[in-house]
Design a protein around this ligand. Structure first.
Ligand code: COA
Length: 264
């Protein structure tokens, strides 16, 4: 059996994770879920990787859960069903908490769990003709484990609408809802992803990891707790070798060590 996913290293500091089941529009079954979880686990702790791109081979980014696999679950007992759903939840959580910025490259369709994958990307770039949607209700199921990530990304108002209508919506609508961050013609997709990578590679690696955590968590903490935590984080960053190098480089009008490395 061919691997349902491949990892490329298109430029220094960048890992590109490509879902590779194009004949099934990159729908994910238990094997792909396990691979994706393992891959993000490894990339998250790999110091040579500073940014991750998540992409899908072929006509569509990702058609969500593999419906043939989901259908087979009727033969599973409740315990096995729970275990499978928990593995899916762990996959989304692993990507969401990846210590490196994750950039989504979205073409064709991102439906159901595919839209969930878009929601756990830090920056998502989509083609003009891409269609997104949480279509689960039309199959008699629900946008289960993706719901916390999608609701956090686009808010309750948009989530209630899209979860219930199950409609597919355009990337322009996804842009308005905050699910994607840029919409470009298909011919400009890679150039726009590269532009985002250029920007991300200018950030200090530790600063990026800490800033991602701040963005993920701060909106949900009570203000006193948020400020207490943020005070500790900035105090530590200022005094860190990376923070010192970044500020010194600015004052000396040169590139910091990490930006010089990525320019090779
Ligand atoms: N699970 C399993 N197989 C899927 C799939 C899924 N989620 N999505 C697509 N496929 C399969 C199709 O059955 C088809 O298989 P076949 O060639 O053996 O007939 C193949 O992938 C290509 O799909 P097709 O619909 O012909 O491609 P398309 O390019 O015209 O459309 C989509 C692509 C993604 C828009 C369309 O396949 C689709 O709507 N898929 C269902 C998405 C969905 O509802 N996901 C929610 C899951 S919770």
């Amino acid at each position: 059996m061919t691997a349902p996913l491949r990892v490329e290293r298109p430029r220094p500091g960048v890992a590109r994770v490509v879902l590779d089941r194009p004949e099934l529009r990159n729908a994910f079954d238990d094997v792909l879920i396990e691979k994706l979880t393992e891959t993000f686990e490894a990339l998250s702790s790999d110091d040579s990787v500073r940014v991750v791109v998540l992409a899908g081979e072929g006509k569509a980014f990702c058609a969500g859960a593999d419906l043939s696999w989901m259908k087979r679950m009727v033969t599973y007992g409740p315990e096995e069903n729970r275990r499978d759903a928990a593995a899916l939840a762990a996959m989304f959580r692993r990507i969401d908490t990846c210590s490196k910025p994750v950039v989504g490259r979205i073409q064709g369709a991102a439906l159901g769990g595919g839209a969930g994958l878009v929601a756990v990307c830090d920056v998502a770039v989509a083609t003009e003709d891409a269609l997104l949607g949480t279509t689960e209700v039309r199959l008699g199921i629900v946008p289960g484990v993706i719901s916390p990530f999608v609701v956090r990304k686009i808010g309750e108002s948009q989530a209630r609408r899209w979860f219930l209508t199950g409609e597919r919506f355009s990337s322009a609508e996804a842009l308005r809802a905050g699910l994607v961050h840029a919409v470009v013609p298909e011919s400009a997709l890679d150039a726009e992803v590269d532009r985002v990578l250029d920007a991300l590679l200018l950030g200090g690696p530790e600063a990026l990891a800490e800033s991602k955590e701040l963005a993920r968590r701060m909106g949900r903490l009570p203000i006193d707790e948020a400020l207490e935590e943020a005070t500790g984080v900035i105090a530590a960053r200022r005094a860190s070798p990376e923070g010192q190098e970044g500020m010194r480089a600015f004052l000396e009008r040169r590139s910091p060590s990490w930006a010089a490395r990525s320019a090779s």
